[in-house]
Design a protein around this ligand. Structure first.
Ligand SMILES: Cc1cc2nc3c(=O)[nH]c(=O)nc-3n(C[C@H](O)[C@H](O)[C@H](O)COP(=O)(O)OP(=O)(O)OC[C@H]3O[C@@H](n4cnc5c(N)ncnc54)[C@H](O)[C@@H]3O)c2cc1C
Ligand SMILES: NC(=O)C1=CN([C@@H]2O[C@H](COP(=O)(O)OP(=O)(O)OC[C@H]3O[C@@H](n4cnc5c(N)ncnc54)[C@H](OP(=O)(O)O)[C@@H]3O)[C@@H](O)[C@H]2O)C=CC1
Length: 496
């Protein structure tokens, strides 16, 4: 007997922040419609305690929840735990891995991303994305004496600071650490934190934690083995309450190798075999001669042995089941291109969060980064756009896309990034003002044409709201440059 075809006016795929926010918004705009949320993960990710801190800065918690919590909150949302395996965009039809078929009126794809690994074919290379991969990392770490972390973004910054009881070799391709988030000056401010002891963690955790039951976990693992989607991305605090300890009795020990990439990864047998051959590369230096399961040759000529490698080298959008047989425009980073109404190039299909690439002409002070805040904002705005389309109303690009803002924590410091915080795309046409008190704060302001266009604030600077306003109103600061970072001036009063 042919499987029943379900029909729904609105279908959202993905139970991460983007998908759940989108489904919630649609549910409140269309209380008499059924909204279907399809997700491959056993738990969903919901935003809680949302606070609009200022015009564009926002603060919220994320909770992993059973879908019943969302269904109780939004009675017209129906969550189906099943992975989409095929999309027929012309027919407006989705197929799922349990054999189901769903016909949609409007669809929003929020399938997130997965780690872009250095190599997919080595059992010694791990990526971290969801709860399962974080647990796998923890299991390998507890037996490890040395690991190599490759990458210079968010995950690498978190790991090198958190891991104890295991030597960490950190290979970065840049001349300073944390290249994705800040410049060499900020890196210099942060480096001493790697050499001192970590402050004791203080609880309690703000976020509720749920665990998946055995059936769900094994279902998710089976999906992964079959190459289907995994769980939602981790986020702030993912390592809280998780022991990131290796097999040695020692505090944190990190050695940074700058300006290098991975040339070759080989097993102990391959490595020993190569060592017995007459040397073809006179410059190769063995950083230590211990016996390790895997060896990594870096482009600076050094070779390190280690227990395993963490590839913290970015994200690849999860687009697979959607592209085949359809005509989606795809960006250079392989995300689904969306316009300023979050529409993909296929009719009635929208996308939001890590899976999409913003292909509209952005505001001068905004850029896309694959972050929680943007996943929430895009999910929310995609729902507004879908609603406007159905109701035949016009809609303007949401205000949150006017100015890039990100609040996070690195090396136990509060970090706020605003606008073109790294002078992205400004060439030589900018000026930097910097104030730094070691171990206390680092403040960098980017000015272009006398106007503030970006800032990096590390520590409890309390400057974010004032700087946000200065960026949004684009006041000419030429006359105030000397005072702007003067610690003896209350800048908030000054521009009141
Ligand atoms: C270790 C780590 C730490 C991070 N820390 C921070 C941080 O401190 N601050 C910050 O802002 N951001 C952080 N991020 C990034 C942030 O988590 C992501 O940008 C954000 O969660 C993306 O949300 P999303 O909804 O787009 O995707 P995801 O959360 O990845 O959700 C995708 C959903 O789609 C589902 N799915 C995928 N394919 C299918 C399919 N075929 N069918 C059905 N369902 C499917 C998945 O199961 C999942 O539920 C971190 C990421 C990681 C990995
Ligand atoms: N606190 C926070 O805000 C956090 C956010 N995240 C987010 O989670 C996602 C995943 O994090 P992560 O994996 O760290 O990704 P990121 O995009 O943050 O960083 C990836 C890093 O790897 C580098 N890289 C890419 N390819 C290679 C390669 N082949 N060899 C060496 N280096 C390489 C990149 O350099 P280049 O840029 O030059 O290509 C970049 O420095 C990101 O979206 C990130 O923003 C994660 C943790 C914390």
């Amino acid at each position: 007997m042919a499987a029943e075809i379900r029909t729904s006016k609105f279908v959202v795929v993905g139970g991460g922040v983007a998908g759940v926010t989108c489904a919630e918004q649609l549910a409140s705009q269309f209380p008499s419609e059924d909204i279907v949320l399809l997700t491959a993960s056993p738990l969903i990710k919901a935003v809680s305690n949302f606070k609009q801190v200022s015009r564009t800065l926002e603060d919220f918690d994320i909770e992993e929840q059973p879908s019943s919590v969302l269904e109780a909150k939004c009675p017209n949302v129906r969550v189906i735990h099943s992975a989409v395996t095929k999309l027929q965009a012309q027919q407006h039809m989705l197929q799922t891995d349990d054999g189901g078929q769903i016909c949609y009126g409007k669809l929003c794809i929020c399938t997130g991303g997965r780690p872009k690994l250095l190599t997919g074919d080595s059992p010694f290379v791990l990526g971290i994305r969801d709860t399962d991969s974080a647990k796998e990392f923890q299991k390998c770490l507890c037996k490890a004496k040395r690991i190599i972390v490759v990458g210079n973004g968010g995950i690498a910054l978190e790991l090198v600071y958190e891991v104890e009881g295991c030597e960490v070799i950190w290979a970065v391709k840049d001349k300073a650490i944390g290249n994705t988030f800040f410049d060499a000056g900020a890196a210099q401010f942060l480096i001493p934190s790697l050499k001192s002891n970590k402050p004791e963690k203080t609880g309690p955790f703000k976020r509720t934690r749920y665990t998946t039951d055995e059936t769900m976990t094994s279902h998710a693992s089976a999906d992964k083995a079959a190459g289907l989607a995994g769980g939602s991305a981790l986020g702030p605090d993912w390592h809280q309450g998780m022991s990131l300890r290796g097999a040695q009795e020692m505090a944190r020990r990190v050695h940074v190798e700058y300006h290098c990439e991975v040339e070759k990864i080989c097993t102990r047998e391959q490595y020993q075999h190569a060592r017995q051959q007459p040397s073809t590369n006179g410059s190769e230096q063995l950083a230590d001669a211990g016996h390790w399961p895997v060896y990594v040759q870096l482009t600076n000529g050094k070779t390190y042995g280690c227990d395993f490698i963490v590839s913290a080298t970015g994200v690849l959008p999860n687009t697979e089941p959607f592209l085949q047989g359809n005509a989606f425009a795809v960006a250079e980073d392989l995300g689904l291109c969306v316009d300023d109404h979050m529409r993909t190039s296929e009719p009635d299909i929208y996308a939001a969060g890590d899976v999409c690439t913003a292909c509209w002409e952005p505001s001068a002070l905004w850029q896309q980064m694959r972050l929680w805040t943007q996943a929430r904002q895009m999910g929310w705005y995609a729902a507004q756009c879908m609603a406007a389309d159905v109701l035949g109303e016009s809609i303007e690009l949401a205000f949150c896309f006017e100015l890039f803002t990100h609040i996070t924590k690195f090396f136990n410091y509060k970090v706020v990034l605003l606008g073109k915080f790294n002078a992205q795309g400004l060439g030589q046409e900018h000026e930097l003002l910097v104030r730094c008190s070691p171990a206390q704060e680092y403040v960098k302001v980017v000015l272009a044409g006398g106007r503030m266009v970006g800032a990096v604030l590390i520590g409890d600077t309390d400057l974010e709201e004032t700087f946000e306003n200065l960026m949004l109103n684009q006041m000419d600061l030429t006359a105030y440059k000397e005072e702007l970072l003067n610690p003896n001036i209350d800048i908030e009063d000054y521009f009141d």
